[in-house]
Design a protein around this ligand. Structure first.
Ligand code: PEP
Ligand code: MN
Length: 364
């Protein structure tokens, strides 16, 4: 039997959470949890009971009744459980049902009022010492908002070791391969703000589609995340929410077993030597790249002088279109994706305009 009282986030490395997006029926909840328990790979069972859906009319969860199913699943399997909460009433009901963790979803972390209400309720019902509190990132890439949510929980007296961060990706207006953009570097920033705080990835909500779960999970492991939360369902095709990203408990087991949680570091001298060799090459190449960029910007400034003398505008859309097209046409030969080339071109363009603007408006 797994430990049920006072769930300790730090005691599980990697911390693995799984369960359906939503608890839908007693049978589906129990069937999924029993199958997950049989894998022996789950530290915590998850399900949404109250679902903050983007559009009204979508399945909004079964409500408090689902908590009884989760408590029953815990009695049967010994696996602790966590649910999403968005209000004081949710916290009260989740605690009364014996939840081991609560989390704020992406649509709740964006709202300081809602986060404060959840934090106050955890304090009022002395939940902070009893449960783990997981804070999903807000739906938009706003680290300050995510930070503020964590600070509200800390200020409500919840110890830092009971708080965890869940990275579920950021909304990106439908562009890109995944449902939500991972923007991994932003999350390193978050880790820097709360060193030592458990941080897990949510490949299901980043991916939006089950075929991407493995690559995202491995990336999270390689980036030293402390664990994963993965949606699973006994019959994913019939799921009432997030059907495209859920997997069966058996697929979940296969996925988890395939992840390589590599060591953070090694002192093997042969390994360090080959790493150093490559790092030296990288440093040299970076020097060359930035030297070229510096020269390029100086030429941009000279173009600024010419445009000023000729009294023409900075932005020459046709010319930029041609530059972009010429570089992108080399994407295959360079073995660099169009997305990456576009990002670099955009950064160069913005800086060029900025430099030319300075030159052309000097002394005016
Ligand atoms: C969920 O975990 O099912 C959920 C709604 O996620 P998010 O808040 O990340 O969208
Ligand atoms: Mn979901």
């Amino acid at each position: 039997m797994q430990k049920t009282a006072n769930f300790k986030l730090g005691a599980h490395r990697p911390l693995v959470i799984s369960g359906p997006c939503s608890a839908e029926t007693r049978t589906q909840t129990l069937e999924t949890c029993l199958a997950l328990a049989a894998t022996g790979l789950v530290d915590m069972f998850r399900a949404g009971i109250w679902k903050p859906r983007t559009s009204p009319g979508s399945f909004e969860g079964v409500g408090a009744e689902g908590l009884e199913w989760m408590a029953e699943a815990k009695r049967l399997t010994g696996i602790p459980f966590g649910v999403e909460v968005a209000s004081a009433r949710h916290v009260e009901q989740a605690l009364a049902a014996g939840a081991d963790a609560v989390w704020t979803g992406a649509r709740t972390t964006v709202s300081p009022f809602a986060v404060q209400e959840v934090a106050d309720a955890l304090r009022a019902f002395s939940g902070g010492d009893r449960v783990a509190v997981l804070v999903k990132n807000p739906i938009n890439p706003d680290i300050a908002l995510w930070t503020g949510a964590v600070e509200r929980f800390l200020a409500a007296g919840i110890p830092g070791q009971n708080i965890g961060l869940i990275h579920r990706g950021f909304s990106h207006f439908g562009q890109g391969k995944y449902r939500n953009a991972p923007m991994w570097p932003l999350t390193f920033d978050m880790r820097g703000r709360f060193p030592g705080m458990t941080m897990i990835a949510d490949p299901s909500h980043i991916a939006g589609r089950r075929e991407y779960l493995r690559e995202i999970s491995q990336t999270a492991a390689d980036l030293r995340y402390d664990g994963l939360i993965i949606e699973s369902h006994c019959r994913p095709a019939e799921a009432l929410s997030d059907a495209a990203q859920q997997i069966t408990p058996e697929e979940f087991a296969e996925l988890i077993k395939s992840i390589n949680w590599r060591a953070a570091a090694t002192d093997d001298p042969e390994f360090m030597q080959s790493l150093e060799l490559f790092r030296e090459q990288i440093d040299n190449i970076d020097d060359a790249i930035f030297d070229l960029l510096s020269r390029r910007m100086k030429i941009s400034e000279r173009i600024g002088d010419v445009k000023k003398a000729g009294d023409v505008a900075i932005l020459q859309s046709d010319r930029w279109g041609a530059i972009r097209e010429r570089v992108l046409s080399q994407s295959l030969d360079l073995d660099l994706s169009a997305e990456f080339l576009n990002q670099i071109l955009d950064a160069i363009h913005v800086e060029s305009i900025h430099r030319q603007n300075r030159v052309m408006n000097r002394g005016e």
